[in-house]
Design a protein around this ligand. Structure first.
Ligand code: BGC
Length: 775
């Protein structure tokens, strides 16, 4: 690290400083050779490197050229370096496997280093609030605990290779339609417990290099210009020591952004640099604020360039294998009717494969997350190669590449299916075009695919449905097919992974990282999404995902945490280290898992906590731990979890703190959120006192039941001649408590003007100071 940054900053001119605060172009920071400041290069994304070939070159474009460039057109993709396309975040989260995600992070970082990239613009980690949000496939889960752990593993993996990361999009980027205009209107508790909690977990666990501030507003304030979000919560409360980078074009007022704690504004913005320079010259903003930004950027630049070792060597074949393994762990077997899977090469003579996605696989999303995959497994080829010489595999497309179909295509597929022992149906949901109106229109798969499913399932009951989609789809046809497998956006290795699972070479072990609802109008945010497309009211509050379905007792199509295996697991011997916990003590929980089936497999064990009686309403249960264990047939392993004070707590806006009640909690161990196998009650005691502040409009009950506040207030009444010493007794308590008016109104009506607003303010401040001290 450069020794004396303050000195370096004092050597820079104002013009140089503002120039450092924005990009040199879209993908790199500005270098200053005479000052010894190098530049850093950055690139998307979370499931593989998307690096445009001309990223290092800064060239002037005409207005027309500039507005015609896109990320994911065929031309743009071919102008992007080849890279390994790993499963999308929404997919890989179904592996619930931190080590695997760490390994993917390492591999992505090596590919970054080969290309000279210092900073990866990922992971994306917004909460999947609503299934129609287009970019949900870039995000892990509907749950902050799972999201936080997955993203932390990715950050640690990438950073272990000396490449930086950027947690995005901070925060509440939950709509892609009008994404730079929307205002996420979220109550404080939901913001803290759901939307910020995941980021907080990663900041604590993994020390990310940067955080990317989102496009949208939160409660009326632009996220990239929000001092509460950036200065107060991110830096002061969570201790984040890295740099804040704006999403591309997210800053609207650079002075506000500077004051709020934003550091690097991306991409190059000449207008804002000029505006900021003039603002400093005019004295509208102190240069100190700019210096703070410059210091964070310099720390970032020096730390990433000093760590950069010679360009990494790696083997694309090996990375392709990681991508395959990741898909194998993430594919979710939703339904396995009549135990049709795994397919037996002895019993089956003929397989029909229908659906063009078998030869043109849908394995990734669009937009800035798109990867120019180096080698894509074609599912039909992978299936054929496992069937060689033993099973006949016939193929019919069933629909066109654009998803449409016609009678001839359907008939051909139907005939093929009728003659086969088993039929594999490939279907999925394409991403909408990235444009202003970008969210998905509905939760349906392509209509031609749906028609194919209906045609084929009607003629062959041994139908195996293989789905590809980045986020949940409605599945009205689940009853028609015997088997339903979700491959999601499984990355370039999905084809081989799928074939291995179909034939039992690999036992499926993925579980859902988000609920699959029965239908769209059952979803938590259905009534408020997308609203008027500008004001997004998060009216479901903390009840996001399974928290909502549990509370409303709505049966989802497939619950959070669900996924089947070819073997069975039994759960036994749930123990807790103590039946009563005195916080901040921790609680150790152990449970035994046995593979009671015939084949090797992996099980994801989930720990949920529930608090049946609480001061503020709480979800029925919340995920507070998980583990993925591999077990041979007959083998037993003990899994251990440790619960900390924070796990028992919820955010109480009245105190502005995470608070745990003294109460009974139930530890629930399950194979999914709706398949709880073992429970144990624990008594939790919290001796910490939380005191609410008194306001001028507080009620008398609040005031007089507080042992610190009451004597101060009565002394105040005495000093002002409203009562005498003797009258300060229980009788007076009762008279005052009767009032349904707040203190201020009551004193105004009854003190004949003696208690002015100023006097009341003064005594309330005195009371609150005393309360603070007594805590
Ligand atoms: C996206 C970011 C991305 C950036 C650079 C923005 O439009 O929201 O996720 O990292 O572009 O491509």
């Amino acid at each position: 690290m450069h020794k004396d940054l303050d000195r370096l900053i004092s050597d820079m001119t104002l013009h140089e400083k503002v120039a450092l605060c924005t990009g040199e172009n879209s993908w790199k920071t500005k270098a200053f050779k005479h000052l010894g400041i190098p530049s850093i290069l950055m690139s998307d994304g979370s499931s593989g490197v998307r690096f445009q070939k001309d990223s290092e070159i800064t060239r002037s474009q005409s207005f027309y050229e500039s507005i015609s460039s896109r990320f994911d057109s065929e031309e743009a993709i071919s102008n992007t370096h080849k890279a390994t396309c790993f499963p999308s975040a929404s997919t890989v989260a179904c592996s619930w496997n931190k080590e695997l995600i760490y390994e993917i992070g390492q591999a992505i970082a090596k590919e970054c280093r080969r290309l000279g990239i210092h900073l990866l613009l990922g992971p994306g980690m917004n909460i999947r609030r609503h299934p129609l949000t287009a970019r949900n496939f870039e995000y892990y889960s509907e749950d902050p605990y799972l999201t936080g752990d997955m993203a932390a593993a990715m950050v640690m993996g990438v950073q272990s290779q000396g490449v930086g990361t950027s947690l995005k999009h901070f925060a509440c980027h939950n709509s892609d339609t009008k994404r730079t205009l929307v205002d996420a209107i979220v109550e404080e508790r939901a913001l803290r417990e759901i939307y910020l909690a995941a980021f907080e977990r990663v900041v604590n666990q993994a020390k990310p290099t940067t955080v990317m501030s989102a496009y949208n507003k939160i409660n009326g304030v632009q996220a990239s210009e929000d001092p509460l979000l950036l200065n107060q919560i991110l830096r002061e409360e969570w201790g984040f020591a890295g740099a804040v980078i704006s999403d591309w074009g997210a800053v609207k007022n650079v002075v506000e952004a500077t004051l709020a704690g934003l550091d690097l504004q991306m991409p190059l913005s000449l207008s804002s640099s000029r505006f900021l320079e003039e603002a400093v010259q005019k004295g509208d903003i102190a240069e100190e604020w700019l210096n703070r930004r410059v210091k964070h950027i310099l720390q970032l630049v020096f730390s990433l360039t000093e760590k950069a070792e010679p360009k990494a060597e790696f083997d694309f074949v090996q990375h392709h294998r990681i991508a395959q393994r990741a898909a194998e762990e993430s594919i979710v077997l939703l339904k396995n009717g009549r135990q049709l899977l795994p397919l037996s090469t002895e019993k089956i003579k003929k397989i029909a494969v229908v659906g063009k996605l078998a030869v043109e696989p849908l394995y990734q999303g669009t937009g800035c997350a798109v990867v120019n995959a180096q080698l894509v497994d074609i599912p039909l080829d992978s299936i054929r190669s496992l069937c060689q010489g033993t099973i006949e595999v016939a193929y019919a497309p069933g629909y066109n590449s654009d998803g449409s179909t016609n009678q001839a295509l359907l008939q051909e597929a139907g005939l093929l299916a009728r003659d086969a022992d088993v039929v594999l149906i490939f279907a999925g949901a394409f991403m909408p075009e990235e444009s202003d109106d970008y969210n998905r229109k509905d939760m349906n798969i392509e209509s031609g695919h749906e028609q194919l499913i209906e045609t084929v399932c009607a003629v062959n009951r041994n139908s195996i449905l293989i789905l590809a989609n980045g986020e949940s789809v409605s599945m009205p046809w689940t009853d028609m097919a015997s088997v339903v497998l979700e491959t999601w956006f499984g990355g370039e290795g999905m084809g081989a992974a799928l074939a291995n699972i179909l034939f039992g070479l690999v036992n499926p072990s993925g579980k859902l990282s988000a609920t699959i609802p029965e239908k769209l109008n059952n979803t938590p945010a259905y009534l408020s999404f997308p609203g008027n497309e500008k004001d997004l009211y998060y009216s479901e509050g903390i009840y996001v995902g399974y928290r909502y379905y549990d509370k409303k007792e709505i049966a989802p199509r497939f619950p959070f945490g669900h996924g089947l295996s070819y073997t069975q697991f039994t759960y036994s011997n749930l123990t807790v280290s103590s039946s009563s916990v005195k916080l901040p003590e921790t609680l150790k929980v152990t449970v035994d898992i046995t593979n009671t089936g015939d084949v090797y497999g992996k099980e994801i064990i989930q720990l949920y906590l529930s608090q049946p009686k609480s001061k503020l309403p709480r979800p029925v249960q919340e995920l507070k731990g998980f583990a993925k264990v591999a077990l041979h047939s007959g083998e037993t392993k003990t899994v251990e979890f440790v619960l900390e004070e924070r796990d028992f707590s919820y955010y109480n806006p009245e105190f502005g703190k995470w608070v745990a009640d003294t109460a009974e909690f139930i530890v629930r161990i399950g194979a999914s959120s709706r398949d709880i196998r073992l429970t144990k009650a624990v008594q939790v005691e919290n001796s910490r006192k939380y005191v609410s502040k008194i306001r001028t409009d507080s009620g008398f009950t609040e005031l007089l039941e507080n042992a610190t506040a009451k004597p101060i207030f009565y002394q105040f009444l005495i000093e002002n001649g409203l009562i005498n010493q003797e009258q300060a007794n229980e009788n007076l308590d009762e008279l005052l408590k009767w009032s349904f008016w707040g203190i201020q109104t009551f004193m105004d009506m009854n003190s004949g003007g003696t208690i002015t607003y100023e006097k009341l303010e003064e005594v309330v401040t005195r009371i609150n100071d005393a309360l603070e001290k007594a805590q």
